[in-house]
Design a protein. Structure first.
Length: 84
């Protein structure tokens, strides 16, 4: 579980760095505002697609873990002696 938190923290720092780098690139770019807006639109679409992909992967992973936990609980309940 600790490694998963670490991975999330690294992802957060990566996104933070990417944002800062993008802002710096825009401010220092020799391109016009219209050209930059076009590039931003493309990059935003790419990032949105990637975000959806990551969300779907994590959702599937979470559902798999939930189902495994539910199955394990049911198996343990079958092993318990009946109340009486």
């Amino acid at each position: 579980m600790a490694s998963e938190r670490g991975a999330g923290a690294y992802l957060g720092w990566f996104l933070f760095g990417a944002t800062i780098g993008g802002i710096a690139a825009l401010l220092l770019s020799p391109k016009t505002g219209e050209e930059n807006r076009g590039l931003l639109g493309e990059r935003a679409a790419e990032l949105l697609d990637k975000g959806r992909e990551i969300f779907e992967e994590q959702s599937e992973r979470l559902m798999g873990a939930f189902e495994a936990g539910r199955d394990a609980m049911r198996e343990e309940m079958r092993k318990m002696p009946p109340r009486g």
